[in-house]
Design a binder for this molecule. Structure first.
Ligand SMILES: C=C(O[C@@H]1C=C(C(=O)O)C=C[C@H]1O)C(=O)O
Length: 419
């Protein structure tokens, strides 16, 4: 049974060591996958024990409060004690405060996880007075996954011409004063063939982008490189990305592309807005805040990005979702200043982004977890409708045609997986 109430029923949670389950992504459900996997390590969910939905400006705060009550009411038997073992929830939150799309927190019935060569299974029981699992070790058969899924994607509500016009208008507004940076996105749409196994899409994403997080939460799937907030006890890490360039076609042009990116005043400015906004949002919350002094060049299969890693110490009892709430939306996905940029995004795009560019991730009973930005992603509805989004930061020096090309590269994880 799936619940949509905000009352927390008592859960009985048991984690046990699992014999090698193979690729964990194979174990989630073909029609309703739940996944958070990087480099083969991570967790997938099977079924839903609890589902909570949220809307509005307090969606993350409300989810964090609900989670605290779920944890308080749960009995957890977790001798495995690895990141992601024990009680976990997957979550995906809308980009905008006024989004019509629901944000979700889902507690699976079963979790299969893998970390550093160890695997586990967690069973989550909603029956009152349930007993923890009586065994200490288990095994599961590796499920068969359907064939590669191919979808023709066509322009959505914002085609290339409309996007170029939006970028040109954003540049005019920026030059006129007000906003300094605005991140504008466009969409592609298509239809999944009937009977398609959504896990095949996830396997393709994970194979092509192993260093990214391949995620699936309530229909939103993707392979994202950007960590909004990862917590481990009181230790917080984040990775800010802003400033992008196409990979070269050979070693020499590739190195030149990376160097040109690092030397590009426009990209360095775009990056500075993103890291400055993150540090400003973090400062009141944390101590021992440290960031790389200069951005480094992050190499992805489709792009170079300027990247900055950030570390800080959190006060006790601050959950990963509390941090995501404090940070979202960063200037990497909205712009600077935040309020002006968010209004401009809504005005110029004129379409609800849904959960694209919002926090997506997981959280455990201690509040530890990892929230990524849902980029390089598509929403696949139950009826098979696919809507992918990709965006790019616009500053005074942006050129519309280049931003169209950059968004095409950012669509690649999804367009290649669905080719
Ligand atoms: C908005 C997206 O990406 C963001 C924008 C970037 C940029 O403008 O250079 C880089 C990384 C992300 O923070 C996206 O992938 O849709």
């Amino acid at each position: 049974m799936t619940r949509t109430t905000t009352a927390a029923p008592p859960l009985t949670v048991s984690t046990r060591i699992l014999d090698d389950p193979g690729t964990v992504l194979r174990h989630t459900l073909r029609d309703r996958p739940l996944a958070f996997v990087r480099n083969g390590d991570g967790i997938v969910g099977i079924g839903e024990a609890l589902r909570f939905t949220f809307t509005g400006p307090d969606r993350m705060r409300d989810a964090a409060a609900v989670w605290r009550s779920v944890v308080e009411a749960a009995t957890v038997d977790d001798p495995v004690q690895l990141r992601g073992s024990g009680l976990v929830a997957f979550g995906s939150f809308a980009f905008a405060d006024d989004s019509a799309d629901e944000s979700v927190l889902i507690v699976p019935r079963v979790v299969i996880g893998r970390r550093r060569g160890k695997a586990w299974l967690t069973a989550i029981d909603t029956t009152v007075g349930a007993e923890p699992l009586a065994f200490t070790r288990t095994s599961v058969p590796v499920p068969h996954v359907g064939p590669h899924v191919s979808v023709t994607l066509r322009p959505g509500r914002i085609d290339e011409a409309a996007y170029a016009a939006n970028v040109a208008e954003a540049v005019r507004r920026i030059v006129a004063g007000g906003a300094q940076k605005v991140v504008l996105a466009r969409d592609l749409v298509g239809t999944l063939p009937p009977g398609a196994d959504r896990r095949a899409v996830l396997l393709d994403l994970a194979a092509a982008y192993p260093q990214c997080v391949t995620f699936a939460v309530d229909g939103l799937v993707g392979a994202t490189p950007e960590t909004l907030a990862r917590t481990d006890g009181t230790r917080l890490t984040a990775r800010v990305l802003a400033g992008s360039a196409a990979r070269g076609t050979d070693e020499v042009s590739d190195r030149a592309a990376a160097e040109a990116l690092a030397a590009s005043a426009k990209d360095v400015e775009e990056h500075a807005f993103a890291i400055d906004s993150l540090l400003a949002s973090l400062r009141p919350l944390v101590t021992e805040l440290r960031a790389d002094p200069e951005p480094f060049r992050l190499q992805l299969p489709n792009l170079w990005h300027l990247a900055t890693d950030v570390q800080a110490t959190l006060p006790p009892d601050t959950t990963s979702l509390d941090v995501a709430d404090a940070l979202h939306p960063t200037a990497a996905v909205a712009g600077t200043p935040t309020d002006v940029a968010v209004r401009l995004v809504a005005e110029l795009e004129g379409v609800d982004r849904g959960r694209y560019a919002g926090p997506v991730g997981w959280m455990g009973a201690t509040g530890d977890g990892e929230w990524m930005l849902a980029l390089r992603s598509a929403r696949i509805d139950d009826d098979g409708t696919v809507r992918a989004w990709a965006g790019a930061g616009v500053v005074a020096g942006s050129e519309p045609a280049r931003e169209v090309a950059e968004t095409a590269l950012k669509f690649r994880p999804v367009t290649d997986a669905l080719a």
